[in-house]
Design a binder for this molecule. Structure first.
Ligand code: CAA
Length: 240
């Protein structure tokens, strides 16, 4: 049995590709999802990866969900915070609910999950936390003040925790995907989408598996000297 890797939002989109890439690399994977039972069952039937249903924006549910995973599989050594939603609207039309829902699901979830696993990782002197942010957290996405704030928040959060836990064998890194061919991106209005693809230097959307390969690298023993870093996988659309 390989190390236990937990992937939130792990049954669909980028998260599905991350779960599969980690499984193929030898990890024992737990894929967490929030609501879509049909997609989770299809994913599980296809991959043989075990799924767990709980809401990552709720601290209590994270505590019981992680306890269940650890009792089934052993301690979580790799945590990939990938779960995220969009509620796009320009600020002058954004509701307090659209703001709060995105902050809670995309950013507070990251605190919830990390807070629960961090003590065990520190005690065992090994851990890999990989937070899936977004290029739009660096760039500022049009119509995404809520999402951009949450995704930028993940980067600052990760650097702080990386600093705190570097001496304990725990690395904390961020991946910032650009436009990846998932349901979320493919639901962007067509006229906006054409402009987006024209603006990507490699002239195509990214593939979910391209993010999965980045995660496998950052999770590996070979990546032990990399912490607090942000890996842009965006086809050259944003270069720091
Ligand atoms: N850049 C510049 N202008 C833009 C724009 C953009 N990205 N998107 C829209 N506009 C313009 C429109 O062309 C329009 O201009 P005109 O009035 O001159 O035609 C104006 O802004 C208003 O646009 P809408 O008519 O669409 O206004 P709306 O209020 O109905 O919707 C919106 C606004 C919700 C932001 C909608 O345009 C939208 O959904 N845009 C896509 C947002 C987006 O890019 N989301 C990324 C999702 S993918 C993702 O988040 C993954 C990731 O991590 C990268």
């Amino acid at each position: 049995m390989g190390r236990v890797a937990l992937v939130t939002g792990g049954t669909r989109g980028i998260g599905e590709a991350i779960s599969i890439a980690l499984k193929d690399a030898g990890y024992t994977v737990a894929a967490v999802y929030a609501g879509n039972d049909v997609a989770a069952k299809e994913f599980s039937d296809k991959t043989g990866i075990k799924t767990y249903k709980f809401n990552v924006s709720d601290f209590g549910q994270c505590q019981s969900g992680i306890a269940q995973i650890e009792s089934d599989m052993g301690p979580v050594e790799i945590l990939v915070n990938n779960a995220g939603i969009t509620r796009d609207a320009t600020l002058h039309k954004m509701t307090p609910e659209q703001w709060a829902e995105v902050i809670q699901t995309d950013l507070t979830s990251c605190f919830n999950m990390c807070r629960i696993v961090i003590e065990g990782m520190r005690a065992r002197s090994f851990g890999r936390i990989i937070n899936i942010s977004s290029m739009n957290g660096e760039l500022g996405g049009f119509g995404q003040a809520n999402y951009s704030a949450a995704k930028a928040g993940m980067i600052g959060f990760s650097k702080a925790v990386a600093r705190e836990d570097a001496s304990k064998g725990v690395t904390v890194n961020v991946i910032t995907p650009g436009f990846i061919a998932t349901e979320m991106v493919l639901s962007i209005p067509e006229k906006v989408m054409t402009n987006i693809v024209n603006g990507i230097p490699v002239k195509r959307l990214g593939e979910p598996a391209e993010i999965g390969r980045g995660v496998v690298f950052l999770a590996s023993d070979d990546a032990g000297y990399i912490t607090g870093s942000t890996l842009d996988i965006n086809g050259g659309m944003y270069m720091i």
